[in-house]
Design a binder for this molecule. Structure first.
Ligand code: MG
Length: 382
């Protein structure tokens, strides 16, 4: 039996992870859950999965929940300390980190220090602190299992292969809801337009990131850290049907890819039950129905956030943090209708040229850069 702590249990990944637990009652059990504010759904999850510990990030909501579940033995904690308590809780074997944003960085680091295996769905932790996390993973001898569909695909392609034989990572992208649009057309796009993703159903922040290609930019950064690949050897390939989830090209020219329907349950289950490949009785790709899949180069002139991510990754230091924090701040403003679509990428570009460069930032310096960048973007877009 593997005990799982789920940080971000009411979000899209968290809910699907609990579905995997539900389907594998003799393999998986839940020892901790953490959510931001949705205490109605969290209470349902607590009553079904009976975790010993839960965190509600919002302190007021945490009090409210504690009151509502007085009849249970579950302990309720709150804020960053509470989130870290859930990440390090003694019974947990695996911590699924599916919170959105840089809020995930500290819990990831603390969980690794506590010797937990990590199922990582939070992009920001590796993007901003990969240089701290990867050596720590090695030192503590824990597993870092990617949950993102592309990284899970690459991870699956590399089973039994030597990473020294990787020639190139072919990181696939759907191209997002605005693929094929011109920069002029993008000017008038609203949050509602961006939230209509053609293939994947995801949370709102990641769906916007998918429409700007920031999401792919963050994934390029993650590939570098997860698989120790130079940015020059990471190629983004647009595959609009989202059937090929990524591929690896090896030094003998062989390309091995992983295909499947666009459904996060597979990568979530693969990470939670690794190294076992367990049954999943959902839909299959029907190759005869599909007939063909096709590939395109990404339009990096219109979607400048992608080349900007490569620039941030090559610069290294705190630059990926600047890239990410500027995006987080700008996307929040865009979702509230405060700025235009194009302003998201402009904010990132501006922040990258204005915020001071730190070559090898500590965790404190990363969090400081985050604050500084957010303030800069807020000010810029006021
Ligand atoms: Mg992805």
């Amino acid at each position: 039996m593997r005990n799982v702590s789920i940080l971000g249990s009411t979000g899209s990944i968290g809910r699907q992870a609990l579905e995997i637990v539900r389907r594998n009652p003799d393999r998986l059990s839940v020892c901790a859950l953490a959510a931001s504010t949705n205490i109605v759904l969290l209470e349902e999850q607590i009553r079904e999965f009976a975790p010993a510990l839960v965190c509600v990030f919002d302190e007021k909501k945490a009090k409210e929940l504690a009151e509502n579940i007085k009849d249970l033995k579950t302990k309720v904690v709150t804020a960053m300390d509470g989130l870290i308590e859930c990440a390090c809780t003694e019974p947990a074997d695996t911590v699924l980190v599916s919170v959105v944003g840089m809020i995930g960085v500290r819990p990831v680091i603390e969980a690794i220090k506590a010797g937990k295996d990590i199922a990582l769905a939070n992009k920001e932790s590796l993007v901003t602190a990969g240089h701290i996390i990867m050596p720590l993973v090695k030192e503590k001898g824990v597993k870092l299992l990617p949950v993102d569909s592309e990284h899970s695909a690459i991870f699956q392609c590399l089973r039994g292969e030597e990473s020294s034989k990787i020639e190139k990572i072919l990181l696939t992208a759907s191209g997002g809801p605005f693929r094929g649009k011109t920069a002029k057309e993008l000017e008038t796009m609203t949050a509602a337009d961006a939230l209509k993703h053609p293939n994947w159903s995801m949370g709102s922040k990641i769906t916007i990131d998918s429409s700007t290609l920031v999401n792919k930019g963050l994934e390029v950064c993650e590939v570098k850290w997860l698989f120790d690949v130079d940015p020059d050897n990471i190629e983004v390939v647009v595959q609009p049907q989202s059937i090929l989830h990524s591929a690896v090209q090896f030094s003998d020219g062989a390309i091995i890819g992983q295909m499947g329907i666009p459904d996060m349950k597979l990568p979530i289950q693969f990470a939670l039950l690794y190294p076992e490949r367990c049954d999943l009785s959902d839909k299959r790709v029907d190759l005869f129905e599909l007939k063909s899949i096709y590939f395109e180069k990404p339009d990096t002139e219109t979607f400048r956030a992608l080349p900007l991510a490569y620039r941030a990754l090559r610069q290294g230091g705190n630059m990926p943090t600047v890239y990410n924090a500027a995006n987080e701040e700008a996307v929040a403003a865009f979702l509230k209708g405060g700025i235009s679509f194009g302003t998201i990428t402009d904010s990132i570009e501006d922040a990258m040229s204005k915020i001071g460069f730190i070559p090898d930032p500590s965790l404190e310096a990363i969090l400081e850069t985050e604050k500084e960048t957010r303030a800069f973007v807020r000010d810029r877009n006021r």
